[in-house]
Design a protein around this ligand. Structure first.
Ligand SMILES: Nc1nc2c(ncn2[C@@H]2O[C@H](COP(=O)(O)OP(=O)(O)OP(=O)(O)O)[C@@H](O)[C@H]2O)c(=O)[nH]1
Ligand SMILES: [Mg+2]
Length: 317
């Protein structure tokens, strides 16, 4: 299962305690205070990393803690600070902290402090005054910040590949990228969205295969429309309609209606309308839809033209 929505808990490190201690040296019976401060608790950061396109890790690990600071020591020694913790998420992760939108991280390397570690406490050295040279006071470290996070992943892809089941989306991906998706002559072969990187004429773009759209998806039919959120950030849509269809225009309208029910702005995205399996066209006869292009993933007819068109449109965005 694609993991694109998870809840976790985070706990930044607690500060170490300050300590009460007095110098002990030969021939100095009453040494002054020498208790050191506690170290600060570790902070927690959210970091965007490459090669992650799911929130899978967060489906089984639910609690993330940064290290506590060490307590202070005698000889005015400061306790060590707790180590910070980086929580690594894929590009396109939206983070809610205690149910409030905290950040929408889209770029590799983006890094944000999400929970501050507690301050270390003060050792008794800090309480020494002219009137009190033997303070027995120190303060405890402070708790680190804790929070509940909701992580929601919306893929960052350039192109959303949409179309009814069996329209040839996965086959197209297998022809234009190194991805090896499952391909078969039945509906819902692909059950979750996949990302594939396509290199064409020194340009690279990311395509997301959005499976499972059928009439009624927005009402929960089939796989439902939950995967459509992964098209929201794409720059363009490539809409495949099989030449084998009895009624290509109807196929086209079904998908457009589903897009519109999910999110009206999806229908304003730049779209390339493609008739797939074009080498079967002769048999299928005339079709009632004017596509931008007809392609065949089997004979490779117009595949390069499709890629050219995608690159051109992406450069116009
Ligand atoms: N003749 C011909 N068949 C094709 C072509 N492209 C795909 N097919 C066939 O069409 C069927 C469906 O292809 P898929 O790529 O699995 O279709 P899909 O859109 O990914 O389908 P789902 O994963 O179910 O949504 C398979 O049997 C493919 O071999 C093509 O260009 N020509
Ligand atoms: Mg498929």
């Amino acid at each position: 299962m694609l993991k694109d929505y998870e809840k976790i808990k985070i706990q930044a490190g607690r500060g170490g305690n300050g300590v009460v201690s007095f110098r002990r040296e030969k021939y100095v019976p009453k040494g002054g205070p020498d208790g050191g401060d506690g170290g600060d608790g570790g902070d927690i950061y959210i970091v965007v990393q490459e090669n992650l396109d799911t929130l899978y890790e967060f489906s089984h690990k639910k609690l993330f803690k940064a290290d506590n600071g060490e307590n202070g020591k005698s000889k005015k020694m400061h306790g060590a600070n707790g180590k910070n913790l980086d929580i690594r998420v894929p590009p396109g992760t939206i983070i809610y902290k205690n149910s409030k939108l905290f950040a929408d991280l889209t770029k590799l390397g983006d890094k944000k402090l999400i929970a501050k570690g507690g301050k270390g406490g003060l050792g008794n050295t800090k309480f020494s005054t002219s009137t009190n040279r033997t303070p027995r006071q120190s303060t405890p470290g402070k708790d680190g910040e804790s929070a509940e996070l909701t992580l929601e992943l919306k893929f960052i892809a350039d192109v959303g590949l949409i179309g009814l089941p069996n329209s040839g989306k996965s086959t197209l991906i297998s022809v234009i990228s190194n991805a090896k998706p499952k391909i078969a002559d039945y509906l819902f072969t692909t059950i979750e969205p996949n990302l594939a990187a396509v290199d064409h004429k020194k340009k690279r773009f990311i395509v997301a295969d959005i499976p499972g759209l059928i009439e009624g998806s927005s009402g929960g039919k089939g796989l439902g429309d939950k995967f459509l959120k992964h098209t929201q950030r794409t720059k363009i849509l490539v809409h495949l309609i099989s030449s084998e269809s009895q009624n290509p225009k109807r196929d086209y309208t079904i998908i457009r209606n589903e897009l519109s029910s999910f999110d009206k702005t999806l229908t304003t995205k730049d779209e390339i309308v493609v008739i797939s399996k074009s080498e079967l066209l002769k048999r299928a006869g005339k079709i009632n839809l004017r596509p931008d292009l007809s392609i065949s993933s089997v004979t490779h007819h117009n595949i390069n033209r499709l890629l050219d068109l995608i690159v051109k449109k992406l450069s116009e965005e």
